[in-house]
Design a protein around this ligand. Structure first.
Ligand code: DI6
Ligand code: FE
Length: 396
């Protein structure tokens, strides 16, 4: 359907906060938004308008940080933690990320796709139109590439835009224990080159943490990314402060993610570099973390904040972006307006996308229509999905 007019919409444009337009009209043409206002534009006078009967319209939601592709699951670890083990103890005991690596290496591309589809479908059912998917459970060249091919395949299998991040620097595999630098040189950077040559990489990510890679090691990965012209992002300050956020800012990263242990100086650096702070309340909740990210400092310095599921088998086995909104408000004290910006306009920015995340002329016609009266309802409810339908690329 090339041309289309929606009327009777309460539109949260997400331009300057909610940017509400009452009794709004949206004209769509060739997969793009052609017009947003309160009158049908003359050029669309010939198109029969569809009445949304006062329903809320937002940009289609964007989950800007997921590890959606992986083999197996980690329910046993969940039990371990409930029996008293900490996340770091689980990791040091050979569990954690590395155990998912074993299951992922054994899975074919098709098996990875099939395992991820139910998770992706759950996100889509809540109005998600764009999802970021990371590699990082291969930690060898073949499996890192296979994960990224699976991520691209998911984007072809469903009406959703998939943005990939190469996360070769996610953990040190067992055969490189104690030799993280050699892993970076011999596996991570060559795999990045190979994945990029195959068109599989939209951005480069890493896990900068005591149990993973330090800032000097991450800087080498970022240099390789820069040489390829790829943007970077970083899991930073999730469990401790070791300088990842400052590193991310120094490289003009799209985002610094988790950031529970970031401080005021980190917030100032993110603001200066225009880097988005991606908050991941699902991991905070699952790990029973007690230090919340410095939201007040982010506000004070004007750091854009995004929210994402961090869907992964260990620290955030969550496939609900609506629950993430609620957790962002309840656990981190975001306002519902900040939370919705976090899964729309700021999530787009965290992915380097400028054609989605707002309802505005020129943007992709990716919309979510809700059986809701006010945008705050999306954050308010727990375990309730008011999605009426998605419109993706002007269709639906
Ligand atoms: N931080 C996280 O929370 C996830 N990855 C990361 O770098 C955890 C991934 C996992 O435990 O499998
Ligand atoms: Fe993550």
């Amino acid at each position: 359907m090339a041309r289309r007019v929606l009327k009777g919409a309460r539109i949260a444009t997400m331009i300057g906060g909610y940017g509400l337009v009452e009794a709004g009209v949206i004209a769509l043409e060739e997969g793009r938004i052609a017009h947003v206002g309160t009158e049908v534009p003359a050029a669309f006078a010939d198109v029969a308008a569809e009445d949304l009967q006062g329903r809320l319209v937002t940009p289609a939601l964007i989950d800007c940080h997921t590890h959606l592709v992986f083999g197996g699951h980690r329910a046993l670890e969940f039990e371990m933690r409930l029996n008293g083990a900490s996340y770091e103890e689980v990791a040091r005991a050979g569990g954690g990320i590395v155990s998912t690596v074993g299951a992922t290496r054994l899975a074919s591309e098709e098996a990875l796709v099939e395992a991820a589809l139910p998770r992706l479908d759950t996100l889509i059912a809540e109005g998600v139109g764009t999802v970021e998917i990371k590699s990082g459970y291969g930690l060898d060249l073949e499996t890192e590439l296979r994960m990224l091919r699976a991520a691209r395949a998911l984007g072809r299998r469903r009406d959703v835009r998939v943005v990939t991040s190469f996360l070769g620097a996610h953990a040190v595999p067992a055969n490189y224990a104690g030799r993280a630098d050699a892993y970076i040189d011999e596996v991570c950077i060559p795999a990045l080159h190979a994945a990029h040559a195959e068109g599989l990489v939209d951005a480069v990510d890493g896990f900068c943490e005591g149990i993973a890679f330090d800032t000097a090691q991450m800087a080498r990965v970022f240099e390789a990314a820069r040489a390829l012209g790829l943007p970077v992002k970083l899991h930073a300050e999730q469990l401790s402060n070791i300088g990842g956020t400052l590193l991310a800012a120094r490289y003009g990263a799209l985002s610094a993610d988790h950031v529970e242990y970031a401080n005021d100086a980190d917030a100032a650096a993110l603001a200066a570099s225009g880097t988005v702070a991606v908050l991941l309340p699902g991991a905070f909740y699952t790990l029973r973390e007690t230090q919340a990210p410095p939201v007040a400092a982010f506000r004070r310095h004007g750091v854009p904040m995004a929210l994402a599921t961090d869907c992964n088998p260990g620290s955030s086995p969550m496939t609900s972006l609506l629950l993430t909104l609620n957790m962002g408000c309840t656990l981190f004290r975001l306002t519902p307006e900040e939370a919705l910006a976090g899964v729309t306009v700021h999530a787009a920015r965290a992915l380097g996308l400028s054609d989605c995340g707002q309802v505005a002329a020129g943007m992709r016609a990716d919309l979510a229509v809700w059986d809701a009266e006010s945008p705050g309802e999306l954050s308010y409810r727990i375990g309730f999905n008011p999605l009426h339908r998605r419109i993706i690329g002007g269709e639906g």
